[in-house]
Design a protein around this ligand. Structure first.
Ligand code: E4P
Length: 217
């Protein structure tokens, strides 16, 4: 499973990228707002840092305006994936932009039917939002499973990009289901390293090393 990092914070991306943890980046208008940066500038910086797909989201609502924004975003770098919402206009924009050879990430997906339409429109990525479904007591992981089944049934190339990931367990659950990509905030990716038994075991080893005066360098 590929790891995308869900942030527009350059330092956080760079830290994870140095460890080989970043196969791509996703942003959205809320993350750009949080960064306090200009969208074109910060997206360019991210694209220069990470060779994998970098999702940059349109803010228009009508297909023709999304297409114009998508073309401008795609000029930033070759690794831009234009992010469009899963609306009828978004699907129209997806078809036009993918026909032009651009990567397109269809976002705000909350149902298997929506994912089916995105695949038919040629989406490079579909972004089902796990956490926001969980927030309203609908099992987000079940949606990932349903989309995996449907895409495999018909051999769709669209990659399942599990989004709105809130916990480290979401990451391993998505990997078990067979999501192609999971995008998560840096803190969630780092939390995957945590285990209480690792902490307990390490404390004992460090104590024993001190007791035995073990020195290596
Ligand atoms: C990524 O593509 C999505 O925009 C993001 O994962 C949404 O996450 P949130 O529901 O935690 O805002």
């Amino acid at each position: 499973m590929k790891f995308f990092v869900d942030t527009a914070e350059i330092d956080a991306i760079a830290e994870l990228h140095a460890l080989g943890m970043v196969d791509g980046v996703t942003t959205n208008p809320s993350l750009i707002k949080k960064s306090g940066r200009d969208i074109l500038e910060v997206t360019k910086e991210i694209c220069d840092l990470v060779p994998g797909p970098v999702s940059a989201e349109v803010v228009a609502l009508k297909a023709e305006d999304m297409i114009a924004e998508g073309r401008k975003l795609a000029e930033i770098a070759e690794n831009i994936a234009v992010k469009v919402p899963l609306t009828w206009d978004g699907l129209q924009a997806c078809k036009t932009l993918t026909d032009e050879g651009k990567m397109v990430n269809v976002t705000l997906c909350f149902s298997a039917n929506q994912a089916l339409l995105a695949a038919k429109a040629g989406a490079t990525f579909i972004s089902p939002f796990i956490g926001r479904l969980d927030d309203i007591n609908i099992d987000g992981l079940e949606l990932i499973e349903d989309i995996r089944t449907i895409y495999d049934n018909y051999g769709f190339d669209t990659q399942i990009l599990a989004a709105s990931i809130r916990t480290a367990n979401h990451m391993s659950d998505c990997a078990k289901i067979g999501a192609d990509v999971a995008t998560a905030p840096p803190a969630v990716i780092k939390a995957m390293a945590n285990h209480v038994l690792t902490d307990k075991g390490l404390a004992q080893f460090i104590k024993d090393a001190a007791d035995a005066n073990i020195k290596i360098v």
